[in-house]
Design a protein. Structure first.
Length: 341
């Protein structure tokens, strides 16, 4: 069984080279002049530079678009996509604070997890701004996780791995939870974001899409965090990566692709220009393959990226014309050099 770290541990003599991601014996003092996991400290600084607030985003045009321009199918898809994001960020905020960080025994990684939890909470505020801007009945969207059985079924599946960790905190369940986080951050979120970028490609809901761009920039760092955690654990504790665990992880990815593909078809209803069922399925397979490659596991689908234009909407470059407002905005402060990770 994994033990929660002590919040004060003066008897510890653990030095920086003895630090472990979990299962260590830290003093719990944040001695950041000595770093073992340099990638984590680099990521911390990028996350700080990414600071933003939902009030920065102009949502004035979205209510008009929602009421007068969106089709009924697009409105339904918007509500469902937003309800799903609300659930995932709510789950992740609690999961990081209550489920993951208490067992992490490296201070530089604790820092990053605390920052991520803050960002997930900030995203929840962002969704509140989005809901408020378009809905006369905010409860309708916020209650969808209870009333929409397709959404509830998906949420129940996503949450179950985290529940297993809470009930049985072992090395294996912690590692599986990290793979589950990689799936959450790198498949479920990315798939949800694509819906908003599709609307923006048609000139619709541009405020919402700008909010999603800021959120996705955060999610890039969250995905990097869990990919690096998995790869670092593989070096520290290779014995955990048994053939049975790897097969279980691959099955998690297969199931995620199945669930997210069905969800994508459900929210688009075959009525979103640029998001056919085939494109949705291939894109999610592509995301799964990319995530598996980053942690040294075999790809499952050999899928090609079917909607590369999505990447143009989500990227932040040093000097990029803001396609929503037609002015140049400097987004360089949070740019990532992937060589650092």
């Amino acid at each position: 069984m994994l033990k929660r770290k002590k919040i004060y541990n003066p008897l510890s003599k653990e030095n920086v080279n003895e630090r472990r991601i979990f299962g260590g014996n830290p003093t719990s003092i944040f001695e950041l002049n000595k770093i073992k996991y340099q990638w984590a400290y680099n990521l911390w600084k990028v996350m700080l530079a990414n600071s933003w607030f939902p009030e920065e985003v102009n949502m004035n045009s979205d209510k008009r678009d929602y009421n007068n321009i969106l089709t009924s199918a697009e409105k339904c898809g918007y509500d469902r996509a937003l309800a799903q994001l609300i659930f995932m960020d709510s789950l992740q905020t609690n999961n990081l604070i209550d489920n993951i960080n208490p067992y992490i025994t490296s201070p530089e990684i604790n820092l990053v997890l605390v920052r991520q939890a803050f960002e997930e909470a900030l995203h929840s505020q962002s969704y509140a701004v989005m809901v408020e801007s378009i809905s006369v009945n905010t409860d309708e969207i916020y209650e969808m996780w209870r009333t929409d059985m397709m959404l509830k079924s998906k949420n129940d599946y996503i949450a179950q791995v985290y529940e297993q960790l809470a009930q049985n905190p072992t090395d294996q369940s912690m590692l599986k939870a990290m793979f589950a986080n990689q799936i959450l951050e790198g498949i479920y979120f990315y798939s949800g974001f694509a819906f908003f970028y599709t609307l923006a490609r048609g000139g619709k809901m541009l405020g919402s899409t700008q909010m999603i761009r800021f959120i996705q920039r955060d999610e890039v760092t969250h995905l990097l965090l869990f990919q690096n955690l998995i790869n670092s654990i593989r070096k520290e504790q290779p014995e955990l990566f048994t053939s049975s665990l790897i097969e279980e992880v691959l099955e998690m990815f297969r199931k995620a692709v199945e669930i997210e593909s069905a969800w994508g078809e459900y929210i688009t209803q075959g009525q979103m220009l640029g998001l056919t069922s085939e494109i949705i399925h291939t894109y999610i397979q592509y995301l799964a393959d990319e995530r598996l490659k980053k942690v040294g596991l075999p790809v499952l689908y050999n899928a090609k990226h079917p909607i590369k234009w999505v990447d143009q909407f989500s990227s932040f470059n040093e000097q990029k014309t803001n396609f929503f407002e037609g002015k140049v905005t400097n987004y360089a402060k949070g740019s990532i050099n992937f060589d650092d990770f």
